[in-house]
Design a protein around this ligand. Structure first.
Ligand SMILES: Cc1ncc(COP(=O)(O)O)c(C=O)c1O
Length: 479
């Protein structure tokens, strides 16, 4: 009763690598957005598991037969809907190696190379994005998890004995309050939900016409809360918000955080990687005043899902919030090493730093920065095309690689424009050529196009623009 024989593994492994290489060569033949209906894939999968083992060749053949119609191709250059998450060659090879080694990095001892490669990669990445040496980094799965750990650290920092006594049923604990902008990602809300802060414990601060938090409103809200007996404990600044990629004024927020003694967390899940580009360094202004910061290589650094980097200058507080010992996890090296299980909710850890090791070494920092910069250049070209076309309108500034726009023909009222754009987006996504997303800004239905795939070339952006214009015209003639 053993594993797959090595010859069989080798043969099918080579075949799978060929399949992957062909997939990338032919990816544009697929529609970027899967066109199946709910349940279409489910009904192709037997309801009961196989009693006897099957030939692996048949199983792998079923990827094409059963799954591919139901795949939305994040690697497709026509995928411009959400912040891209694309798989590069070195990233895929690292995933293969991760699975083969099958290492669990809960303790230093459970694989010294795991802990020490993660430490080294965090040190490399810290330098790549220009954070000072006092920032310590760790890899989590997603930005949602990273931000949840930031909020947990912020809660631990106020030192009200939550670790021992919890929060519920205590008369000696004031209601906690966390602050972020109306445009912050809802992973912040989820983190607060998880940690017992509750939705009532989140104060959403209004934004200006560029969708950036208004510092004066933040200050006023905190002041009022203090007067009312709340305990403000955390503020989140977003550098690259999800809807429009707006940039909160971190310096002014840091002043306020310091004035009230709040933990400052920066969510730069999407845009943080642009700090690698010399011309974009300005986005890091006052980052060195943050208590913590999250950047997702799995969004815009060609890293297959998942990999989120969390930096903090207070790892001791993170450790205080999460470390627990169990007899079976004690080792002789505990006093001299870092055991990563002490710095978060999870015990078992995937060997994600291998992805950074292969990707950073293969492309080099310059290679990564050039690719990302090219996306910003392309997005700005697209923005110019929108601005030059009288029937289209730019709906938000474009600091990075995401463009918010709408079809805006004259003599239509707001309700008609919303309907028109909703229909336009539906038609674009049904075309099988392009996949875009939407948001609502001040009640207006807005189409979002984002560039950030390792496979995005200028021609893809040109083709997208042509398709959008044609579909808009078609809609006009039909109406
Ligand atoms: C600004 C921002 N923060 C957090 C997230 C959540 O990312 P993740 O899927 O890694 O949890 C997103 C997702 O798009 C985001 O745009």
């Amino acid at each position: 009763m053993s594993d797959m024989p090595s010859d069989e593994f080798r043969k099918n492994g080579y075949k799978l690598v060929d399949w992957i290489a062909d997939y990338f060569t032919n990816i544009e033949k697929y529609p970027p957005l899967s066109q199946v209906k709910p349940g279409d894939i489910l009904k192709k999968i037997p309801k009961i598991p196989p009693t006897k083992g099957e030939d692996i060749e048949n199983v792998l053949a079923d990827v094409d037969k059963i799954l591919m119609d139901g795949i939305t191709h994040w690697n497709h250059p026509g995928f411009m809907a959400y912040f891209n998450s694309t798989s590069s060659g070195p990233g895929i090879l690292a995933e293969l190696l991760t699975a083969a080694l099958g290492v669990n990095g809960m303790l230093w001892k459970t694989s010294p190379a795991f802990t020490e490669l993660e430490r080294s990669m965090m040190n490399w990445f810290r330098q790549m994005v220009g954070l000072p040496i006092n920032y310590w980094g760790i890899i989590y799965d997603t930005a949602s998890t990273s931000s949840m750990h930031a909020i947990a650290s912020a809660r631990e920092q106020i030192d009200l004995g939550f670790r021992e006594k919890g929060m519920a049923g205590r008369g000696d604990v004031p209601k906690l309050r966390l602050y972020c902008s109306e445009q912050a990602h809802n992973s912040i809300d989820k983190g607060a939900l998880t940690l017992g802060i509750g939705l009532d414990g989140i104060k959403k601060i209004p934004v200006n016409e560029k969708f950036e938090i208004i510092p004066r409103k933040l200050d006023e809200a905190i002041k009022l809360d203090v007067e009312k007996g709340y305990k403000p404990f955390c503020v989140i600044a977003t550098v690259g918000t999800t809807s429009t990629t707006s940039i909160d004024p971190v310096e002014a927020i840091a002043d306020i955080a310091e004035k009230y003694g709040l933990w400052l967390h920066i969510d730069s899940a999407y845009a943080g990687v642009t700090a690698m580009i010399p011309e974009m360094k300005w986005i890091t202004k006052a980052w060195d005043r943050a208590d913590s910061l999250v950047i997702n290589p799995h969004k815009w650094m060609f890293t297959p899902m998942d990999l989120s980097v969390y930096f903090t200058r207070k790892p001791d507080i993170l450790k205080r919030a999460f470390s627990l010992s169990a007899e079976y996890l004690k080792t002789n090296q505990d006093s001299e090493v870092e055991n990563l299980m002490d710095y978060g909710i999870q015990l078992g850890r995937r060997f994600r730093s291998l992805k950074l090791w292969l990707i950073i070494r293969y492309f080099g920092v310059e290679g990564l920065a050039e690719r990302i910069k090219n996306h910003i250049v392309l997005a700005n070209e697209f923005k110019n095309w929108i601005e030059a076309e009288k029937d289209f309108k730019l709906m938000a500034p474009v600091p990075f690689s995401t463009v918010c726009f709408r079809y805006n023909p004259e003599n239509k009222n707001e309700a008609e424009l919303n309907q028109l754009n909703e229909k336009l987006l539906e038609n674009i996504n049904a075309s099988g050529k392009l996949f875009l997303s939407h948001t609502k800004l001040n009640g207006k239905f807005v189409i979002r196009l984002t560039i950030g795939s390792i496979r995005h070339e200028r021609r893809h952006i040109e083709e997208a623009w042509e398709l959008i214009q044609n579909m808009a015209k078609e809609l006009e003639t039909l109406s």
